[in-house]
Design a protein around this ligand. Sequence first.
Ligand SMILES: [Zn+2]
Length: 78
Amino acid sequence: MENADLFNFLKGELENKGIDSSSYEEYWESLTKHERSPCPLCFTQKGVKSSLMPLPEKGGFEPVKCEVCKEIFYKPIP
Ligand SMILES: [Zn+2]
């Protein structure tokens, strides 16, 4: 799996919200490494295949922002 760090973080974000992450996990595993990371909220809540754009690192985080719902996920830098 590409970018397992980011995936595990986003999966945790879904679980924190009480959202089942299994379909998102299947979708993630079907992606090629050239595709961008999909937004977990758009995919699980709306069935939309959106992309996450990396934002500049800030204060120990590597944030990514969804192109569609504009949600920002603050992933801690390992
Ligand atoms: Zn989104």
